[in-house]
Design a protein around this ligand. Structure first.
Ligand SMILES: *[C@@H]1O[C@H](CO)[C@@H](O)[C@H](O)[C@H]1NC(C)=O
Ligand SMILES: *[C@@H]1O[C@H](CO)[C@@H](O)[C@H](O)[C@H]1NC(C)=O
Ligand SMILES: *[C@@H]1O[C@H](CO)[C@@H](O)[C@H](O)[C@H]1NC(C)=O
Ligand SMILES: *[C@@H]1O[C@H](CO)[C@@H](O)[C@H](O)[C@H]1NC(C)=O
Ligand SMILES: *[C@@H]1O[C@H](CO)[C@@H](O)[C@H](O)[C@H]1NC(C)=O
Length: 514
C-alpha cells in the first residue's frame, strides 16, 4: 500500500516539461537520457542482429531496413553505431491480447540493444528505435527506454461496407496503426449498404450484397489481411453486426429480414433481422461458425447497435408472434430474445465476444467474458454500470475520427481517457477497462482519403492508450505529433497536417511515393 502511494505521488509530480522532448509517439513509459554523446549511424549500412531464429523478426528487420534506406542522401559522418542487437526472451509467437509487448531499449554512442519479452514487444521497440533517428544528421540520443502499454486493447475500427477499401489500403492502415503501437483491427466488414465479405457457406451474400464483383473480399484477401496484421502485431476482430445494419444480407437470404414497407432502413422496404423466423438461426450458426474459423483471433464482434424498432412495430406477423410469446409490445424484449439466441450460438464456438453497449444496456444475458463497447456520449455511466457488474469495457465514445470539423481536433481525442469514468472507481473496476478503439465510419471515406483522414489524428488516442496516464499536456504532444506526421510522410503515407502551419523536411509527393 505504501509503495502504491509513493508511486502515485511520484506520478502526480511528474511534469511533462521534465520529460525529454524526443519525437516519439506514443511517448514511452520511462525515458532517461544517458550522458554520453549521441550515436551517429549510416542509414544505408546500419544492421540489426539477433540470436533469435524467428522468421517473423527477420521480416521486421527488413521492414525497418527499408525505412532506413528511404534516407537516400549521403553525408560524410564519423559513424559511431553500426548495429542494434535484439534479444527476445520468449520464442512463443502466438498473438493474444495478453501477449507481452514490454521492451527495453538502450542506445549509447557506440552500442544499442533492444530486449523484449516477445517478438511483438520487439516490433514495438524497433518502431521506437526508428523514431529516435534524427533524419537531418542520422544521430540518435543516448537513451534508456523501458516501455509497455498502459492499456492492452488499443483498437482502430474500419468500416468497409459504406465505401469499399482495397486490400492494399487496409494493409496501409494496419501498417500505419503499428507505427502508433495500436494492436487491434476491428473490421466492421459488412453493414446496410454492402456485404463485401465472400462467405464460403453463403456465396450469394457477396454476389448479391456487394456493390459489384470488384468490391469484395475473397477468402484469400481476408487471409492476406489477417496475416499482414499478425506480422505487425495486430489482431483482427471481425464484426458481423446484427440484428440491425443488415440490409445487404437480404438479397441472398429471403425471409431473413423483416419486411416493413415505408418503415425500413435507409429508404428500403426492409429492416432488422426477423427474429420470429426460425430459419434465421441456422444461418447465423453456419455463418458465425465460418467467421470464427476464418478469423483465428480470440474475439468476434457481434454488433447489436441501433436496432430500428419502427420496422418491427409496423409488421403484423411480428406483433402476432410477440403476443403469442407474451411479449406485450415491448420491443426490447424482442431484441433480447434475438440476442440471447445469437449469444447461445456464439458461446458454443469458443470465442470471446464484444458487443456494442446497447446489448448490455438492454440487460441481455451476456456471459461474464463479454466485452462491452461504449460509443454514446453517456459512456461514463455505461462503464460505471458495466464494471460494477464485472464486465470488461472498451471505449469509442469521443474517438469517432470520421467526424471532422474545421481546425485542429486531435486535442479533443487526446483528452479522452477510458479510465476517467468515475473518480471513485475501485482498482477492480479500473482493471476491467481494457482500452478503446478509434472509429472510422465509412460514410465519407474511401481509398482516396481514408489514410489522410486517419493519420495522424488517430495517433492522439493511440498515445492515450499506450502512454502513462499523466502525459496529457497538449503542448508536449504538439511537436511530437507533427514529427510523427512528417515521419509518416517520409515513409510514403499522405498523413495530413496537424497544426495550422508548418512543413516537413521531405514533403509528400504523389510521384515520389509511387
Ligand atoms: C571525424 O573525425 C575526425 C578525426 O577525429 C575529425 O577530424 C573530423 O572533423 C570528424 N568529422 C566530423 C564530420 O565530425
Ligand atoms: C510488463 O511490464 C509491466 C510493467 O513493468 C509489468 O507489470 C508486467 O508484468 C510486464 N509483463 C511481463 C510479461 O513481464
Ligand atoms: C543533429 O541535428 C539536430 C537538429 O535537427 C541537432 O539538435 C543536433 O545537435 C544534431 N546533432 C549532431 C551531432 O550534429
Ligand atoms: C404466455 O402466458 C400464458 C399465461 O401465463 C402461458 O400459459 C403461456 O404458456 C405463455 N406462453 C409462452 C410462449 O410463454
Ligand atoms: C461513482 O461511483 C460511486 C461509488 O460506486 C457511485 O455511488 C456513483 O453513483 C458513481 N458516479 C457515477 C456518475 O456513476
Amino acid at each position: 500500500m505504501i509503495a502504491v502511494l509513493v508511486l502515485c505521488s511520484f506520478y502526480l509530480t511528474v511534469e511533462s516539461a521534465d520529460l525529454p522532448q524526443l519525437p516519439l509517439v506514443p511517448y514511452p513509459q520511462h525515458v532517461s537520457l544517458i550522458s554520453s554523446p549521441p550515436a551517429v549511424i549510416d542509414p544505408l549500412r546500419f544492421s540489426f542482429s539477433t540470436q533469435s531464429k524467428s522468421v517473423l523478426l527477420q521480416e521486421v528487420f527488413d521492414r525497418y531496413h527499408k525505412y532506413l534506406r528511404l534516407h537516400d542522401f549521403e553525408q560524410k559522418l564519423n559513424l559511431t553505431l553500426k548495429n542494434l542487437d535484439v534479444v527476445i526472451k520468449d520464442p512463443n509467437e502466438e498473438l493474444l491480447l495478453e501477449t507481452s509487448e514490454n521492451y527495453t531499449l538502450t542506445v549509447k554512442t557506440d552500442s544499442a540493444t533492444l530486449q523484449a519479452d516477445t517478438v511483438f514487444g520487439a516490433m514495438r521497440g524497433m518502431e521506437t528505435f526508428s523514431q529516435l533517428i534524427n533524419t537531418y544528421n542520422y544521430t540518435l540520443p543516448s537513451v534508456q527506454i523501458t516501455d509497455y502499454p498502459r492499456y492492452k486493447f488499443r483498437g482502430f475500427m474500419v468500416d468497409t461496407s459504406r465505401h469499399y477499401l482495397s486490400v492494399s489500403l487496409l494493409k496501409q492502415l494496419v501498417r500505419a496503426a503499428s507505427w502508433s503501437k495500436l494492436n487491434v483491427f476491428h473490421w466492421h466488414i459488412v453493414d446496410d449498404p454492402s456485404f463485401p465479405y465472400c462467405s464460403t457457406s453463403f456465396p450469394d451474400l457477396c454476389v448479391k450484397g456487394a456493390f459489384s464483383p470488384d468490391h469484395v473480399y475473397s477468402q484469400t484477401d481476408v487471409l492476406d489481411v489477417i496475416l499482414f496484421a499478425y506480422r505487425h502485431g495486430v489482431i483482427v476482430v471481425p464484426e458481423l453486426d446484427t440484428p440491425g445494419h443488415t440490409l445487404s444480407w437480404g438479397g441472398a437470404l429471403p425471409g431473413f429480414l423483416t419486411h416493413c414497407p415505408g418503415h425500413g432502413n435507409i429508404g428500403s422496404d426492409y429492416g432488422p433481422v426477423n427474429p420470429t423466423n426460425e430459419d434465421v438461426y441456422p444461418v447465423l450458426k453456419t455463418l458465425f461458425t465460418e467467421i470464427t474459423s476464418v478469423f483465428p483471433g480470440q474475439f468476434v464482434h457481434l454488433g447489436g447497435d441501433e436496432v430500428h424498432y419502427p420496422c418491427w412495430k409496423s409488421n403484423q406477423d411480428i406483433k402476432d408472434w410477440m403476443s403469442a410469446h407474451n411479449m406485450s409490445g415491448n420491443y426490447d424484449e424482442l431484441e433480447n430474445y434475438y440476442e440471447t439466441r445469437l449469444l447461445n450460438i456464439v458461446n458454443s464456438l469458443n470465442k470471446n465476444y464484444i458487443v456494442w453497449e446497447e446489448v448490455f444496456y438492454h440487460h441481455v444475458d451476456i456471459t461474464p467474458q463479454t466485452i462491452v463497447h461504449a460509443w454514446k456520449p453517456n459512456w461514463k455511466k455505461i462503464f460505471q454500470d458495466a464494471t460494477t457488474a464485472g464486465f470488461r469495457c472498451i471505449l469509442s465514445a469521443g474517438w469517432y475520427i470520421s467526424r471532422i470539423s474545421y481546425g485542429e481536433d486531435w486535442q479533443n481525442f487526446y483528452q479522452v481517457d477510458p479510465r476517467s469514468f468515475n473518480d471513485t472507481a475501485t482498482p477492480e473496476q479500473l482493471a476491467l477497462v481494457l482500452g478503446g478503439t478509434v472509429c472510422m465510419w465509412g460514410e465519407h471515406v474511401d481509398n482516396s482519403n481514408v489514410l489522410s483522414r486517419f493519420w495522424p489524428r488517430a495517433s492522439a488516442p493511440a498515445e492515450r492508450l499506450w502512454s502513462p496516464a499523466y502525459i496529457t499536456d497538449v503542448g508536449f504532444m504538439e511537436p511530437r505529433i507533427e514529427a510523427h506526421r512528417c515521419r509518416m510522410v517520409y515513409r510514403g503515407y499522405p498523413a495530413e497536417p496537424t497544426l495550422s502551419r508548418g512543413h516537413c523536411q521531405v514533403e509528400y509527393s504523389w510521384r515520389r511515393h509511387r
